[in-house]
Structures are given as C-alpha cells and as structure tokens.
Design a protein around this ligand. Structure first.
Ligand code: G6P
Length: 620
C-alpha cells in the first residue's frame, strides 16, 4: 500500500511522475502528492483524494523540472488530509520525501526530536523520518570539495553534498525500525533522487530518457525497458548519469537489470468500463494459463517429493480472497486425500503459536506476494524449520524471494482492488497441487486437470450481466444481505459475500446454511435477500431444507444452482453450468463476482477503488 515514483531525466518530470502514479493507484488513493527540485527551488503539491484531483490541479502549470517524486497514499498513521499527504518536508523545507511502509518506532523518535525543538505539522511516521533525516544530513560534515548545497540554519551555514546525504541515510535507517521504501529529493542537489528500502518494494527503471524509482513494474511500463530490484537494507541514489547503490554493510552494489515483460494491453482498460469487469472476463484465461505453465515448466515435479510426505503437518495461511482460495485447498486435501490441514488468517496464525517444526509444510497464498501478514507467517514458518510453499501471482515479489518453493499463478497484473481473476488462478494452482499430491500417494481423485480445462474453456464466454439485472435491482437499496451454502458452496458463499460487501458497502454475511437456525435466522425478516449457493448434488435436500426455513420467515431467496427443477422453491434462480461437484468453483464464481460488480455500478460506486481499501496491504 502506498505507491511511490521518482523520475530524473530528459523529459518533463512532473507529467512523467503523474502518469506513472496512475498505475500505482491500486496501492492507495486517500491522497496524492508530487515534489520537484529545480535549482534552488523545491516545491510540493498535494491533494486529498484520488490522483485525478491532483492532476487537474497541476494541469495548467508549466514546471520545467527534470527531477521529481510522487506518492499515492493509503492512510495508516493520520487521517487522509493534506498535511498528512506525502511528500513530506522538514522544518527548513530542504527535502521532500515519499514513503511506503511503517516506521514502527516513530513515536519514540518523534518524542526525541520534540525535546530538541523539532515541530511537527501532521501525525505521520513519514514526517518523523523526513525530519530525522534532515537533522542527520545537517550533522554530517562536507569534507570533500565536491558540489555542495549551502543551507543556512539559525546558527550557521551548512554545506551539504551527496556524500553527506548518503552517510545520513545510513545513520537514519539504523535509527528506524519497520518497513520502508523511501525516495527523496534535496534542495540544491539537482537531478538526484535518493532512496532507501527495507521490506517494502522498490525498483529502479532505466531508459535512454532517464532513470526511475517505483514501487512496482506497471508504473514503468512504456517508460523503461528494464528494471533492477532493490534489496532490503540497500540505499543510494539515481541521477541523470548514474546509479549508486550501497548494501547494509556499505558495499557498493552493481545493478542487475531485467527486461520488463509486462505488455501494455495487460494494464489498460481497452473496451472495458472498469478493470474489475475486464478481470472477471479474464478469469478463465488465468486458470488455463496457470495450469499450462505449471505443466509445461514441470513446476510441481521440481519440488522434492518428501515435502509432500503423508506425515507432514500441513498449514495454510493467507489474507482476504487468497485465504478463501486456501479454504478450498484445505477442503480438497481433507476430502480427497483424507489428511487434515490447519488453516488460519495470516493475521491470526502467527500469534496463536502454531506447532511448527521441520516436519511442517506451510502453504502461503498471495496475489501480490507483498501482504505483510502473510509474509510474516512465511518468515515465522522458516524460523521454525518448516518448508514453505507460496502460491504467488506477482513475479519478483518479496514472497517469491523468501519462500522455499514457488507455485506461480499466471493471472497477469490484477488492478482492481477486489481480487477476481487472481482467485481463479489460485484455484487452478491449488487443484494442480492436490492432483500432484494425489499422484505421489497413488490416490485417485474425483476430478482431473483435463476436466478443469475443458469446463473452463466451455464456459469462458458465458455472460451473466443480463440475467443478474433483476437481482441487482433487488439488493441495490438493501442494507444487509446473506449468502448461504453447505460444504464447498459455503466456501464460495464466503468469497461472494466478501466481494459484494467490499465494493458495494452493503453489509453481507456468509453462513453455513445449516447454521442459520443457531442464531442468524433471528435476523431474517420479510423481504430480506438471501443468496443461496447449491452446486453439490449430494447436498440438495439438506440445503433445500434451509431454503424452506428462509422462505417461511419471508426471505427472498436467490438461488445459484445448476438444478433448475428447484426454481419453484425460490424467489429467483440463476442457472449455473452443471459440472462435477468438486469443479463447481470454476463455473460458480463468475456470476457471483459479476453480481458484486453490477451492484457497485448500480450504486454509482467505483468498483475498482473501494473506499478505505488497497490492493497490496504491506502493513500488519
Ligand atoms: C487486500 C485486497 C484483497 C486481497 C488481500 C490479500 O485486502 O484488497 O483483494 O485478497 O489483500 O492480498 P494478496 O495480495 O496477499 O492476495
């Protein structure tokens, strides 16, 4: 969360930074800001809300700067306001700094600076970092006669050089704990952007027009041909002509550039209105691409077989939608392989003292590969000697560099905050993993990978938009709705409910259908909308009993099912393709995701950027 960009080069820096920030808005959109340095001038522009507001404000200003930084914020410390927006400056306004992450000891540092007379205008941890850094810079002595900037304080005149700044970064990051990717510019030091990185992502891009720093590769698309990934503990600067990187032991590091493989059409809307709509349509492709890649590159076969030993203790952890994919993995391992699995939210997992040891296998699932809670679980599992597997979508992510074995998904860049195609790709990877484990155990399964491919292909172009219109009207003004199902259908209900609530702000709860009568039925009154999911042929009667209970209390039940004969028992039936029980997720998700998408549109909400949320949650 929070996206940062820096540009130095031949082109106009401010338009360049604003353009690149657009591709990082998925990381937060509470406020946006840019800053540039040009000769003796350092100027900052910030606005609360989405980037568009800032862009409109700057549009007519002609700023000839060739060096600028920018930031798009997801608020952690301090409300979304102009004073808390990045870039932050120090009391003398000699530097402007943008940050992604959390400086965990910022309160203590702030107190210390306060006692030295440093004043603060906002509540952020970043402002503390900026002010501490400025103090450290001014405490460095410029010894060499390289180019320097002169700054006057109350007591004296200070010469600041690049070297001073580098020494000050080194000192500052030693004083700070937590996660940070920071970029900053300094008044009087033209065409140089300084940086430091720990745990939050930061890359350097290069082209013949200049050099860039960014949180993620989509920001560099169409601007740079290649990128270098900065490692934890590293710091340095980029300038028009050079790149200077130091590791934590102050050794100079040579950048290692890789080509940017992303295609522009993967990150633009094309004929679609929203990324969520585009990504729901790409769900089938992401399953097929994932399965093909795992197969053609023999990725699972390369993982040592003993890891899947029957006597291993299997743990699964993740957050949000990725955890819902994990729930399906647990269901399948227990149902098909007859082995038990422990699963928990990543934010809970690490604090419940899981009994991890060298016989444990921990499977982490993440679209971004950056989610702080999931990463912590991965690190914890490794500390206890467990083997770690990670299902990850973003190449080069931190999770990829930490996990013992990677099971990559091939959903391509997912831009809408609410995950859709990445979830389907995760399911593809999970089913492939279970099939692989079954093969090692010589067990037969109730599904095959070929069957998945064929039903996904057969249903790729089914469109539910027309059929769902009436249902969307039904819930548009509801305050609360429910999703129910049994077995695998309950797991789908959880994901459908999460999707609906996060982008429509309608309160939604998912329940095992059989649990209704143990509490939640008390909430059902005349006209209340309940979505029931029924894809499991062996559960028709049981789920139908629950539908009757709901009908008797006046609920309007909308049933997602392939069994059209049930039409007369419900308010409305949405027909799903009839597939084998265990393959239902591959056909049931599209209409459920579409329901959430259309409902957000009907309420005039932006489905791609739901309030208060961000896609990559890099803080715990
Ligand atoms: C955020 C996103 C969700 C996502 C979750 C986990 O909450 O809004 O869409 O499922 O993080 O993200 P990950 O990148 O680890 O899958």
């Amino acid at each position: 969360m929070c996206g940062i960009v820096g540009y130095v080069g031949e082109k106009l820096a401010i338009p360049m930074v604003l353009e690149c920030l657009k591709s990082l808005e998925y990381r937060g959109y509470d406020s946006a800001g840019v800053a540039y340095v040009d000769g003796k001038k350092l100027e900052v522009f910030k606005r609360v809300g989405k980037l568009k507001i800032l862009s409109n404000f700057i549009e007519n200003k002609i700023i000839p700067a060739s060096c600028a930084i920018g930031h798009t914020r997801w608020a952690t410390h301090g409300e979304p306001s102009e004073k808390n927006a990045h870039p932050h400056t120090d009391n003398l306004s000699v530097l402007a700094l943008a940050h992604n992450g959390i400086i965990e000891n910022f309160s203590a540092l702030k107190k210390d600076l306060n006692t030295q007379g440093v004043e603060f205008y906002g509540e952020t941890d970043t402002e503390v970092f900026a002010k501490l850094l400025q103090q450290n810079i001014f405490n460095e002595n410029a010894i060499k006669s390289e180019n320097y900037a002169m700054h006057s304080t109350m007591h004296n005149t200070i010469k600041v050089t690049k070297k001073c700044i580098i020494m000050a970064i080194k000192k500052t990051i030693m004083q700070c704990t937590g996660s940070y990717a920071v970029v900053f510019i300094f008044k009087g030091i033209d065409d140089v952007i300084f940086f430091a990185k720990n745990k939050s992502p930061l890359i350097i891009g290069e082209s013949k027009y200049g050099k860039m720093l960014a949180s993620d590769t989509p920001a560099l698309l169409g601007k740079c041909e290649k990128f270098h990934t900065i490692n934890d503990g590293e710091f340095g600067y980029i300038s028009k002509r050079s790149i200077c990187i130091y590791d934590k032991d102050f050794n100079k590091i040579k950048p290692y550039f890789m080509p940017i493989k992303l295609q522009l059409n993967e990150v633009i809307l094309g004929e679609h209105q929203h990324f969520m709509q585009k990504e729901i349509e790409e769900g089938a492709k992401s399953v097929l691409d994932t399965l093909d890649r795992l197969d053609s590159q023999k990725i699972l076969a390369k993982i040592p077989e003993q890891i899947f030993d029957i006597n291993s203790n299997f743990y699964i952890t993740a957050c949000g939608t990725a955890l819902h994919a994990g729930r399906i993995a647990k269901y399948l391992i227990e149902n098909q392989l007859g082995e038990s699995v422990d699963l928990d939210y990543a934010s809970e997992f690490r604090y419940k003292r899981p009994q991890l040891n060298s016989r444990s296998v921990c499977l982490c699932i993440s679209q971004s590969g950056e989610t702080a809670d999931t990463l912590s679980c991965l690190e914890l599992s490794k500390e206890f000697g467990a083997t770690t597997l990670a299902v990850v979508n973003v190449r080069g992510s931190r999770m990829e560099s930490i996990a013992d074995y990677i099971i990559p998904t091939s959903a391509g860049p997912e831009i809408a905050v609410a995950s859709t195609k990445a979830y389907l790709a995760q399911l593809g990877a999970i089913y492939a993993l279970i099939a692989h484990m079954a093969k090692i155990r010589n067990k037969s399964l109730d599904f095959s990978i070929d069957e998945i491919k064929s039903i996904v292909k057969a249903n790729e172009n089914v469109n539910y938009e027309n059929e769902l219109k009436e249902v969307v009207e039904l819930i548009k003004n509801e305050e609360s709705v429910y999703f129910v199902g049994r077995g695998l259908d309950y797991l789908l209900a959880m994901e459908a409910s999460l999707k609906l609530k996060e982008i429509t702000y309608i309160h939604s709860e998912a329940l095992p259908a059989g649990e209704l009568k143990h509490g939640s039925l008390a909430l059902i009154s005349e006209g209340c909308v309940v979505f029931a999911i029924l894809t499991q042929s062996d559960l028709i009667e049981k789920t139908l009993n629950n539908v009757h209970e709901l009908n008797s209390r006046g609920a309007k039940v909308v049933l997602f099912t392939p069994f059209i004969e049930l039409k007369n028992f419900v308010y409305k039936l949405i027909k799903l393709p009839n597939v084998k029980n265990l393959l239902a997720p591959f056909v049931a998700l599209k209409p459920l995701q579409t329901l959430a998408y259309l409902s957000a549109i009907s309420k005039n909400l932006d489905p791609d950027k739901p309030r208060n949320l961000a896609k990559s949650v890099t803080v715990e």
